[in-house]
Design a protein around this ligand. Structure first.
Ligand SMILES: NC(=O)c1ccc[n+]([C@@H]2O[C@H](COP(=O)([O-])OP(=O)(O)OC[C@H]3O[C@@H](n4cnc5c(N)ncnc54)[C@H](O)[C@@H]3O)[C@@H](O)[C@H]2O)c1
Length: 341
């Protein structure tokens, strides 16, 4: 297996995965519609890898264009499918956008794959499928009714992929990410949240750099050691390496089931205050934060059991929370120095 199509390749996780795929000797072709990314990411990938990234601007909602692109690109052995919208709040306000892009786009992609004999896919799923599960959360934890249209699109896509495995000889690895953070050590690629960030770490770095006045910690009266919510923060480069491991797993035909699912996290939970303290320690920057009321819908604590990914994919995380914080800070400083793109 050599040639990998990466959808959403200009995005946060896709761009880091392209770096690691190329390092591992895979050939990559990326598509994106730049809905939540910039063409400059491709230039920066070239700076990091020393290679031009074969790329086409394709919108996966445009079935005809997507099919024409796949047909005109011979030799694709597998797909890594990142392209999706991912803002939970926006999905509540505009569910049809999410069903059209995340579910409809995936169906279009599967049709294009089927018509062109491409039989392997790695899919970006999410720990949101577990809702309020008791940690450490294993892959066999129950999947409750989704709490948002975004979460529902991930559940539905997993079901669509399973059904397609039954109907055809498709092989799927679904990866359920916990909380991806951090950036490439070069500070040339990272997460570019558009508007006010929903996630803690970009909010921390934006507050530290002065883009935001104050960070609000939503509640310090939860039943956790310091009263703040606990999450499993995984460095995006470790996450990217898990995709290489998933592609290797498919290439080496290690999958016993046509549809395999793995959690990707560190297996360790960190509280909001621990993350803030770690940021302050590694950067020497004092953060302006205040304790506010609880935020509706926040789960108290969630972290992964990663045993299955460790044994099945032969993968484990290697980067610490300190490295997550220092690389995020370096990235925020680089954005400030260059402008947003
Ligand atoms: N970042 C997270 O916290 C997180 C957590 C769990 C799961 N995920 C999933 O991982 C995947 C990647 O997330 P990310 O953080 O890199 O997001 P991102 O927004 O940075 O990357 C997604 C990329 O897909 C592109 N895209 C969106 N719709 C498209 C379309 N119709 N056609 C072509 N390209 C399109 C965007 O322009 C963007 O470059 C998504 O499926 C997301 O749901 C992300």
């Amino acid at each position: 297996m050599k040639k990998i199509l990466v959808t959403g390749g200009a995005g946060y996780i896709g761009s880091h995965t392209i770096v690691e795929l190329l390092k591992a000797g895979y050939e990559v072709i990326a598509i994106d519609n730049f809905d939540n990314s910039y063409p400059s990411v491709l230039e920066n990938l070239k700076k990091i890898t020393g290679q031009e990234i074969p790329f086409a601007e394709v919108d996966i909602r445009d079935k005809a264009a997507l099919k024409a692109f796949v047909k005109a690109t011979p030799g694709i052995d597998a797909v890594i499918h990142f392209a999706a919208n991912k803002a939970v709040g926006e999905s509540v306000a505009n569910p049809l956008k999410y069903y059209e892009n995340n579910v409809g786009g995936t169906v279009n992609l599967l049709e294009a794959m089927q018509e062109n004999g491409i039989k392997q896919i790695v899919f970006s799923s999410s720990c949101t499928v577990y809702g309020e599960a008791t940690p450490p959360v294993g892959e066999d934890a129950p999947i409750p009714v989704a709490q948002s249209p975004y979460g529902n699109t991930k559940q539905i896509c997993e079901e669509v992929l399973k059904d397609q495995c039954v109907a055809t000889d498709l092989k799927v690895v679904a990866l359920r990410y916990f909380n991806p953070v951090g950036a490439h050590e070069s500070a040339l690629i990272g997460e570019l949240p558009i508007g006010v960030p929903n996630n803690l770490v970009p909010f921390i770095t934006q507050t530290a750099i002065g883009k935001r006045e104050v960070l609000t910690v939503y509640g310090d009266d939860y039943p956790t050691p310091d009263g703040t919510c606990i999450r499993d923060y995984i460095h995006v480069v470790d996450l990217a390496l898990a995709h290489v491991a998933a592609i290797n797993y498919l290439a080496e035909k290690k999958n016993e089931e046509a549809f395999s699912v793995f959690n990707l996290g560190t297996g360790q939970g960190n509280s909001v205050l621990e993350v803030i303290q770690t940021f302050e320690k590694v950067t020497g920057v004092k953060l302006n934060y205040k304790i506010g009321p609880r935020r509706a819908g926040d789960v108290v604590q969630v972290y992964a059991s990663c045993d299955k990914a460790m044994s099945g994919l032969g993968w484990k995380t290697e980067r610490s929370l300190e490295e997550c914080m220092s690389s995020s800070w370096k990235w925020e400083q680089a954005i400030a120095a260059k402008g947003n793109n």
